[in-house]
Design a protein around this ligand. Structure first.
Ligand code: ADP
Length: 348
């Protein structure tokens, strides 16, 4: 276990400035998720922690050591990729023990460590199989097993689940989380999938264009996003944003469309943010024209237009709605987010 400290880290790829001064501390034993759209720099940061990418400026510390100039194998980290990178000609057992054999670890210790990892991951029955004889989920487990046997101070995961089908992804998500609860090793996990970030993280780092937009627990980011980017990125389906202006204590969003405001709302709000699950169908609400109705079993997703802005609503009621009909929507006022002209959140 170790603290990972990132101090004003920069990355230049030639003329391209991929990381523009990133600072964050990952605590001992914490499960930290780096999340953001493709190209925001999250893999670059992970690869810099691993030692696979040079650091243009700033420092990275693992434990109390600055690791900038340490080779990957001396950093005491283990990396798990999305494509598993298993050796096809080696059995599961040989794949898992490979790094230890390279280090000339005594045989009985290798057996003990591989046995322990295999038991944790449910791989005991599969030790003599080759990667081609395994399912995607089993291969992913072997890749994790290879990392576990090394007893690293930090696990680094680079989009480890993106090659798996949706159902297996959900299952592996839970397995990785359980694994962390058991081993309590610091984890840095990269994903572009905000649901993975929400469900797995102790701490989420939201990145965009080489900078950190916000750091917080999943619930902090969901309840108190710093700006419209984080508000739109965290939560599924995304938060609705309605442009307008504050007049006479109400938010005017279009001709004749007035939305209720929380107490003490500032007059410089120009964007009204409301999550799909915080809109209720209510006769006292604002009129909206139904465009699409998507029954999802336990809930129904409705897309309806308010003052020409498409709004997503999630309702857990069984609704018999048709496109073209009119509904009335009532925001749950305490759950409203307001943003100023620069996109910063100004409520709560
Ligand atoms: P993410 O993991 O968030 O999708 P990356 O960290 O892979 O993003 O990349 C960040 C940015 O740096 C992207 O614009 C990418 O094109 C660029 N980049 C990544 N690796 C290299 C490289 N080896 N040479 C030049 N540009 C790179």
């Amino acid at each position: 276990m170790a603290i990972v400290s990132i101090n004003n880290v920069q990355k230049h790829y030639g003329a391209y400035h991929a990381l523009k001064g990133v600072s964050v501390q990952m605590e001992d034993g914490e499960f930290v998720v780096l999340v953001g759209p493709s190209g925001c720099g999250k893999s670059t940061l992970l690869r810099m922690i691993a030692g696979l990418e040079s650091i243009s400026d700033g420092t990275i510390e693992i434990g109390s050591r600055v690791v900038n100039d340490l080779r990957p194998k001396h950093r005491d980290v283990a990396l798990v990729f999305q494509n598993y990178a298993l050796y096809p000609h080696m059995t599961v057992e040989q794949n898992m023990s490979y790094a230890l054999r390279l280090q000339k670890t005594p045989k009985h210790i290798i057996e003990e460590k591989v046995g322990r990892a295999a038991r944790i991951l449910g791989l005991m029955e599969l030790l003599q199989r080759y990667p081609r004889q395994l399912s995607g989920g089993q291969r992913q487990r072997v890749a994790m097993g290879r990392a576990i046997v090394r007893d690293p101070q930090v696990f680094l995961f680079d989009e480890p689940l993106s090659n798996l089908d949706a159902k297996l992804r959900v299952q592996m998500r839970a397995e990785i989380k359980q694994l962390h609860q058991r081993l309590k090793t610091t984890v840095v996990y990269v994903t572009h999938d905000q649901i993975e970030a929400m469900t797995m993280a102790d701490k989420i780092i939201v990145m965009r264009d080489g900078i950190i937009e916000q750091i917080g627990s999943p619930i902090e980011l969901f309840d108190r996003p710093r700006n419209t980017f984080v508000a739109g990125f965290i939560g599924s389906p995304s938060m609705n944003f309605i442009p307008g202006a504050v007049k006479d204590g109400r938010f005017v969003a279009g001709i004749g469309v007035h939305l209720p405001l929380p107490d003490g709302a500032r007059v410089d709000a120009v964007t009204y943010g409301i999550r799909p699950e915080h809109l209720k169908l209510d006769d006292a609400g604002i009129p909206a024209d139904v465009v699409v109705v998507e029954p999802m079993g336990s809930s129904t997703q409705i897309i309806a237009k308010v003052a020409e802005t498409p709004i997503t609503v999630i309702s857990t009621e069984r609704l018999a709605l048709q496109p073209g009909s009119t509904v009335r929507l009532m925001p749950d006022v305490p759950a409203v987010h307001l943003f100023d002209r620069s996109g910063l959140r100004i409520t709560g």
